[in-house]
Design a protein around this ligand. Structure first.
Ligand code: KMT
Ligand code: NI
Length: 179
């Protein structure tokens, strides 16, 4: 198991930061792999930086930064979180290592269902280029993550729009690979 599950939409009572679990059905490693996503647990009691660095280099990401997402130290937290939670894709993979705190990455599976992947300290997550996804903090409102990128930081998010994102070459390549 991966800790991931099919999720329901947030309601007024249950906001985006609650678990929003749809059923008891579990998502296996194989299910996640079918979407092109990978989730690893890194043992942080040993030299985790070396392991994380090696992994990111193996997937072609040579640079990194650290983002601290919380309402106390992050300017414009509410607006930033709204942006993270807009369904979008990137032209590069999204690789994150969670150093502190917790949150949720939501990804679309091949049938366009939302899968929620809870992440916490020690989790290393790889989302392929072209997959629709979003992120939110959980009710603890705090996460520290290492973000990896290729050469220059390229965070451009392409919000999902039928005509535009569906015709992107990275989207087409992704869909071809997973189907
Ligand atoms: C993203 O791309 O959504 C972010 O960088 C924020 C999440 S990292 C835990
Ligand atoms: Ni993203």
């Amino acid at each position: 198991a991966t800790g991931a599950y099919f999720m329901k939409e947030a309601s007024a009572e249950e906001g985006q930061k609650t678990p929003l679990r749809l059923s008891d059905e579990i998502i296996t490693v194989k299910d996640l792999e079918d979407t092109g996503c990978l989730a690893y647990k890194v043992d942080m009691s040993v030299d985790w930086e070396k392991a994380v660095e090696k992994y990111s280099e193996d997937v072609g990401m040579r640079n990194r930064d650290i983002v601290r997402i919380n309402p106390v130290t992050m300017p414009g937290y509410t607006e930033k979180l709204a942006i993270f939670f807009e369904e979008h894709l990137h032209t590069d993979p999204e690789v994150r290592f969670i150093m502190e705190g917790a949150g949720y990455f939501d990804i679309r599976d091949v049938k366009d269902r939302w899968i929620r992947i809870p992440v916490a300290k020690g989790d290393l997550l790889f989302l392929p280029a072209g997959i629709y996804h979003r992120f939110t903090t959980d009710e603890t409102d705090s996460i520290v993550a290492m973000r990896f990128f290729k050469d220059a930081p390229c965070w451009e998010a392409h919000n999902r729009k039928k005509e535009e994102t569906e015709s992107m070459v990275e989207r087409k390549d992704y869909v071809e690979r997973i189907t």
